[in-house]
Design a protein around this ligand. Structure first.
Ligand code: 5AD
Ligand code: SF4
Length: 582
């Protein structure tokens, strides 16, 4: 494309502005004609880097594109329109973006109408968009975090004027409602309760890329959550860079605790929230978390460092002692509460003593999980200008040491779970071993276990048998078929088949003659296997005859027959119900 139009470029000075008030806009979704005709028969692909806020932005962009008539593809190669949604929090996140952009050159060469858009936090940094437009001439549209709701208009402008566009706004940010959304998950949802951050920790780019702290109205949040509950969602995570600040901008006493409580009352089975800043974590919040069983007892409480000197230079607004006091206070109120954290090693001029303070804090707190990062200077932030005498090898050595200390704590928590039963929300087949299902406990521990894939999206009880550092192996405490049936039966008010199956199973377990027959059948199976291994024909024929006779006897036993027919009936019912499900 011949010419590029730079409509507006980022300005870190303006991004720092906290004077202008954010505006509330309720947008109508209008699809420009040029976009709907382009969308016909075309597929979009979105690749998201970074945090949950970016994931939620992806869902909104997907909502716009589907409204315009595009279909989604998860195959980059098939894409007619691709969007790369970027993260700026560390340099390595940015490097991955360049690689991803390069992957789309093939789409561009194959199809002259292919459109590539790049958006998100990294685009809000000064100089990045111009650099991209020069290095990658096949990038067609660049926009930022503040104009996602203009996606279709930008696409229309690009199509109609046949020009590449850059449009990045730097301002405190608006609150935009009535956004479309196609959620990536059908039972776990993220809900933004606020945007931006005013904390300005000295290392962090987020207050510049995502604007000022601004809260969505309670009514809008509750309406979104209510809809999710009605749609059968099992888990909501309330999102904000610093949820404790929710409502402060209304200046009417509204607090995070109040919105948390109101969402909990809607009856969502699992409610989570992230992220909490240790500086303004109130007692009122703790009261609400402790009071509602559907608020998960799991708090992400980034500490960043265990050294007072470093915390001060990071601008974190709390001391090591205050943080530890808060941890003790949370555990006094809710001894079962899991705590997770974020830690940065190698902050400018971090001394060995500072680092040891971080290690000792982790030894003391014993986190359930921790995300550890090597400090990455972000241009335009105060820390990027700080003197740093620590070499890279030292930073990497400290990082490895820290990971080991954290693992010790994590293993300690994991080991205590063995032999206990936990409610697990099933995510579906495990990514590593599809023969297993995986899901998370209320405290956020990953558990793998055997069961049918239909349990996806259900909350089931799992007995933990083995603990590994970052996951557990368990087994379902109830028959999975029955679990599904119970759930469906609840929804369809038809419990007859479940009761029949239950009774047939009870009779099956109680019958001594059936159990004896089963033991004999199993023994004959083993004998048959042995005869095959030994290769003696005569023994094999004898063992096979015994096995087949016992099998027939077992299958024709009235109690076993009754169980099988109850099982079939239940399965038929489940199939029927599943067909009817949306
Ligand atoms: N370098 C390394 N880690 C960072 N984080 C934020 N900014 C930086 C940076 N410049 C980490 C913090 C934060 C998490 C989301 O990312 O630990 O809590
Ligand atoms: Fe960044 Fe600090 Fe805001 Fe978190 S609280 S987003 S670390 S500035």
């Amino acid at each position: 494309m011949a010419k590029k139009i730079y409509k507006s470029l980022p300005d870190m000075g303006k991004a720092r502005n906290r004077v202008d008030r954010p505006v509330l806009r309720r947008e109508d979704i209008i699809v420009p004609a040029s976009v709907s005709s382009y969308a016909e028969g075309r597929k979009f692909f979105i690749r998201t880097f970074g945090c949950q806020a970016n994931v939620r932005d992806e869902e909104i962009m997907a909502g716009y594109l589907e409204k315009a008539g595009f279909c989604r593809t998860n195959e980059a190669k098939e894409a007619d329109l691709a969007i790369i949604n970027t993260c700026a929090v560390r340099e390595n996140a940015e490097e991955k973006v360049y690689g991803e952009i390069g992957n789309f050159k093939a789409n561009h060469l194959r199809d002259k109408d292919f459109t590539l858009a790049v958006c998100g936090c990294m685009m809000q940094e000064e100089g990045v968009a111009e650099n991209l437009m020069t290095r990658y001439p096949f990038v067609n549209i660049i926009f930022g975090t503040h104009n996602i709701d203009k996606l279709l208009d930008l696409l229309a402008e690009h199509l109609e004027r046949k020009k590449d566009l850059v449009d990045i706004l730097s301002f405190p940010g608006d609150i935009v409602e009535n956004l479309p959304s196609t959620r990536l998950d059908s039972y776990k949802a993220f809900v933004n309760i606020m945007y931006g951050c005013d904390k300005f920790c000295t290392y962090c780019i987020v207050p510049y890329t995502r604007g000022r702290e601004r809260s969505r109205s309670k009514e809008d949040i509750l309406a979104e959550c209510r809809e999710l509950v009605e749609q059968g969602y099992q888990e909501i995570t309330l999102l904000g860079q610093n949820v404790n600040s929710y409502g402060k901008d209304f200046q009417d006493g509204t607090s995070f605790a109040s919105i948390l409580e109101e969402v909990a009352k809607l009856g969502i089975p699992r409610l989570r929230f992230m992220t909490s800043h240790p500086w303004d974590f109130s007692d009122e919040m703790l009261d609400v978390i402790a009071k509602y069983p559907n608020i998960m007892k799991c708090i992400h409480l980034p500490v960043q460092s265990g050294s007072d000197v470093v915390l001060r230079r990071m601008g974190r607004r709390y001391s090591r002692e205050e943080y530890l006091r808060l941890v003790a206070h949370i555990r006094e109120r809710m001894p079962e509460c899991a705590l997770t954290t974020d830690i940065i090693v190698g902050f400018p001029d971090e001394t060995e003593e500072d680092f040891r303070a971080t290690l000792s804090l982790c030894e003391e707190v014993k986190y359930d999980a921790a995300f550890t990062f090597i400090y990455s200077p972000r241009k335009g932030t105060p820390a990027a200008k700080m003197k740093d005498d620590v070499d890279d090898a030292t930073k990497h050595r400290r990082f490895d040491q820290l990971v080991k200390v954290i693992e010790k704590g994590v293993i300690g928590h994991a080991e205590k779970m063995v032999g206990k039963t936990f409610a697990v929300l099933v995510d579906g087949p495990s990514k590593k071993d599809p023969s297993l299902l995986s899901g998370y406990t209320e405290s956020g521990k990953l558990v793998h276990f055997r069961g049918p894939s239909q349990l996806k999206g259900h909350i089931v009880d799992v007995l933990v048998k083995e603990s590994h550092t970052f996951s557990m192996i368990g087994e379902l405490t109830e028959d999975p078929l029955l679990l599904l049936a119970k759930d469906f039966a609840k929804a369809f008010q038809n419990e007859e088949v479940v009761i029949r199956y239950n009774e047939a199973m009870k009779a099956f377990k109680k019958s001594e003659s059936v159990q004896r027959l089963r033991d004999e059948l199993e023994a004959s199976q083993r004998a048959l296997a042995l005869s095959v291994k030994e290769g003696k024909d005569e023994a094999y024929l004898g063992a096979k005859k015994t096995y087949l006779a016992l099998k027939e006897k077992y299958e024709n036993h009235p109690i076993v027959m009754n169980l099988h027919s109850a099982q079939e009936e239940l399965q038929r019912e489940l199939d029927l119900i599943q067909e009817k499900l949306p």
